[in-house]
Ligand binder design. Sequence first.
Ligand SMILES: Nc1ncnc2c1ncn2[C@@H]1O[C@H](COP(=O)(O)OP(=O)(O)OP(=O)(O)O)[C@@H](O)[C@H]1O
Length: 751
Amino acid sequence: MRSEQEFIDGLYARVDALRDATEVSVGDALAQGDTPRQARLERDILVAERSGLLAALNAVDGSLCFGRIDLSPVEGGPAAGVTHHIGRIGIRADDLERTPVLIDWRAPVARPFYLATGHTPMGLRRRRHIATAGRHVTDLHDEILDLGDRERTGHEDPSGDAVLLAALNSARTGRMSDIVQTIQAEQDRIIRAPHRGVMVVEGGPGTGKTAVALHRAAYLLYEHRELLAKRAVLIVGPNPAFLGYIGEVLPALGETGVLLSTVGELFPGVHARAVDTPEAAAVKGRAGMAEVLAGVVRERQALPDPVIAIEHDRDVLMLDAGLVRVARERTRAAGLPHNVAREHFEGHILNTLTDMLAERIGTDPFDGSNLLDPSDITQIRDELAENPEVWSAVDQLWPRLTPQRLVADFLADPDGHVPDEDAAAIRRPSTGPADWTPADVPLLDEAAELLGEDDRVARALADRERRTQVAYAQGVLDVSYASRTYEFEDKEEEDAEVLSAHDIIDAERMAERHEEDDHRSAAERAAADRTWAFGHIIVDEAQELSPMAWRLLMRRSPTRSMTLVGDPAQTAEAAGVGSWEEILAPYVQDRWEHTRLGVNYRTPAEIMDVAAGVVRAERPGFEPPRSVRSTGVRPWAREAGDDLPGAVAEAVAELTPAEGRLAVVAPKALHPALAARLDGVTAGREPDLTRAVVLLDPRQAKGLEFDSVLVVEPAAYGTSDLYVALTRATQALGVLYTGELPASLRGTGLE
Ligand SMILES: Nc1ncnc2c1ncn2[C@@H]1O[C@H](COP(=O)(O)OP(=O)(O)OP(=O)(O)O)[C@@H](O)[C@H]1O
């Protein structure tokens, strides 16, 4: 222990020095004034890199080093063999060779720490887990991997799983923690999989899918740092509470360049806070919606009914349906999105009207030939283009549309586009910004694709902005020029060689530099950009996403570099897709990899038996993942009697762990009555999961984990919701019901 403590002391001394030096260099760089462009760029890169390093150093401070591997001696090497300490990030010594002091867990050298066994020692004689509290070593656990090795340290862990079991049994905090000290071999293979395309990770509750997905993100950021720092990694989760739950894992691994989001947050500018009925969400999520919306857009490309009369220069021009149809077909033939195509439509309409007018005023009454020359025709066209009546006709026939307007109008009046039953489910007369739901977001995204950006307006605005910037830069330069004369007056002699900004830069270039000054990280820029292409996308609870949500995500991943984790047995959303084949075939055919996790690290065997029984009542052959531990504590079920809230309060008092968290999972309708009886309980849309007792409905419980769980009124849930609710506990489970215990729970081992 003493020698490990000395190592850790030395490590932190190095980290502190590194942190100080980094802080100073960031401070110095930022303090540099106006420097030439190249120097500024280098400065910005340095600031970004060092700030990242600082963030990483600060984030991992708590338990920087957690392991050590001792390699078997080899000929020519040290007699005792080489040792490497393994940690959350890599640290090098301040010597000429920059010798590694701490090996990043993601480095290939660290891999045997996770994979070596007595059977396949991978060159190791010993694996050591180092437990620390802050900067102090509190315990060591050694596994002997070279069975011929006689040396003993007194810290041997014969079964090799003491550290894992301690982690699994520890009190929960309401925030997921990383598993970097105890990644298991089957998990490690997925985390480091070299596969670049779509990888599906399937596994039952508690098999570490979420943990694996997050560690894979960290691994990919390490392995492909340059690409992913630019393109960012997106992690998609089912709801904001879940994202809050997993939000600390990557920072604790020193990684901050990741965007965590629900699908409902992926349309910049729209905050989808309203809630759909399950029927509405299911209808909106269907793949057929893409075609429906395309039809809605086509319908907005209207024909006159029967004509539009345009007054022009004492003439009246009649734009009839036949003429407009021709213009419309020609425009559509170009295959452009609606708003982009409008420019073409405008051109066709102007040409049509020009021909009409030219024919009317230029035809020779004697021989029918046209007396106008090309410049007359151009003039007629230009005059028509000045006529507001022409533009109001174009607006009517091919209106500029926003995705929000299009989808809102469609939802207000879906009749005729979808079957009556579906229209009834999704109809929503009021369409203010507060009415958007998560299921609307993929529709908005689809609409944005169909409409395209008419970037003429954006271009004009950008142009104006640029002119303002150039004017501003010119002002700055003028000031700097004026102050130069003033400042340098006395020192003219000695500073004669000093160049001012004015000498080396013109206003145009200075404006350019201002434009480039975007200090946001790739993840921040990605969050604000609907068309961002992410370097890698990780989707948790992937089984819940609708076909329309998949269309949105695939647009964000043109390279199809994705990790999808999920468990079809836990599918709750009616819109969710039943099979991976169905989800993926339209995008990658069968070019995707399928991996499985088979060990349940969360739920003890006693609880898993009950949960599995529920699914078996519906699917007799169902095989749950194997629990890695049993606690000897039997889960129980009780009839609540007449006072359900009272019985819940009693059970809560019994189940609340001394340390750790309890979740009461109950149907939403019961929440007000239960919350009124439970002291200090947290509930609502995004409950604070770090509080001791949390009240959730089964959907909110998805992906989360607690020490104890009380399931209330199980008869109110469908099979998959009940399965999810029953598999959230690491220690204890109670079930309270009124009337009869549901048949699926009978005979499952409940006490
Ligand atoms: N190798 C490991 N070492 C320590 N803890 C682990 C390990 N693997 C998984 N766990 C723990 O097991 C629990 C379940 O993991 P996780 O939430 O990732 O499972 P999941 O498969 O996503 O579950 P669900 O489908 O039920 O949401 C977590 O507390 C996680 O930290």
